[in-house]
Ligand binder design. Structure first.
Ligand code: SF4
Length: 325
């Protein structure tokens, strides 16, 4: 495995059982993630994009082992966590953290900000004395642009943007290498979004972090991602460099997502062709046979409804799952 790979995901599946009846018999499964493979390189930001329900958040959570995968492999720095004992998993997990979409829901309303940030330090036994803890919390608060004098306040006393800074500070407390950012700006006012993006970018540079950045629309990840993966109904449809994805999208689903982004130039916006996606994605409990996108794809042919396209490297570093590419 190349030294540059921090996280390797191989044929990862996360199926949630559907239970019914008095005895809770399993009658099916929601195939939230259904066989995705990709690498995340050290120091990069990999954007993961797709409509709601495509499996991007479940992918992020399963990588962090917040869910036990149904099958497949996730290795972090070459270590397969599933094959290691509880102690090693705990030690490794300290290096993998998550920033949540809704900063308010993810912060304990009864804890003071200083305690919220200090908690991971205690859980992972990273500080020996109260003084050391206080200093470290102050240092982390400064790093994310929070006023240290506010450490005894409660989350509800902060604005949305400041709360997300608290969430970021909590994630940074254990000095991680890798952070899953799960739509960290979608719940924030547009005026605040750029500040949080700039902060995340600055932290990545200063601390050498690697991000998996989950977002529901491509415009959000364009400028901060090194590479971008597009998911649909539990599968990866396309994965390539950010530049290639925007300049030369190969998958019809990616093209449709890109065509939904408004161009801030009215004449150009009027002239361009749009691909409108009809309807909602099918249920991940009952995905279509063949290509998952076949029920909505404007280019679908008979083969698409019968045979699942392979996820293959169509150009160097540009992966796509489509029969017509
Ligand atoms: Fe569309 Fe067929 Fe390609 Fe799927 S395989 S994206 S249905 S053209």
């Amino acid at each position: 495995m190349s030294d540059n790979i921090l996280v390797r995901v191989k044929d990862l599946k996360m199926h949630f059982p559907i239970r019914a009846g008095f005895l809770g018999r399993t009658i099916g499964a929601v195939k939230a993630v259904d066989g995705v493979s990709f690498d995340i390189m050290k120091g990069e930001t990999l954007g993961l994009v797709g409509e709601s329900g495509c499996g991007k958040t479940t992918t992020g959570r399963t990588i962090l082992r917040l869910y036990e995968p149904t099958s497949g492999e996730v290795t972090f720095r070459g270590i397969d966590l599933a094959s290691r004992g509880a102690d090693e998993v705990r030690r490794t997990r300290r290096h993998m953290q998550m920033i949540f979409q809704d900063p308010y829901a993810s912060l304990n309303p009864q804890m003071r900000v200083g305690e919220i940030i200090a908690r991971p330090l205690r859980v992972h036994r990273l500080v020996k004395t109260a003084k050391e803890e206080k200093e470290l919390v102050a240092e982390i608060m400064q790093k994310v642009g929070l006023n240290v004098n506010l450490r005894d306040r409660f989350p509800h006393e902060f604005s949305g943007g400041q709360r997300q800074r608290i969430g970021i500070a909590r994630a940074l407390a254990t000095s991680p290498d890798f952070i899953v950012c799960d739509e960290p700006i979608s719940a924030l006012d547009v005026s605040i979004q750029a500040q949080i993006i700039n902060l995340l970018e600055q932290l990545r540079e200063d601390l050498g972090l690697t991000y998996l950045f989950i977002a529901h629309d491509l415009s959000m990840v364009r400028y901060l991602s090194t590479r971008v993966g597009v998911m649909y109904l539990g599968k990866m449809m396309e994965l390539t460099s950010s530049k290639d994805l925007y300049d030369d999208p190969l998958h019809p689903y990616t093209r449709a997502l890109l065509s939904a982004i408004p161009i801030p130039d009215p004449p150009l916006e009027r002239r361009r062709q749009r691909t409108i996606l009809a309807g909602d994605p099918p249920s991940p409990a009952n995905p279509p046979k063949g290509c998952r996108f076949s029920t909505r794809c404007p280019m679908a042919v008979d083969q698409c409804r019968m045979v699942e396209p392979e996820f293959r490297e169509a150009k160097t570093g540009h992966w796509v799952a489509c029969h017509l590419v």
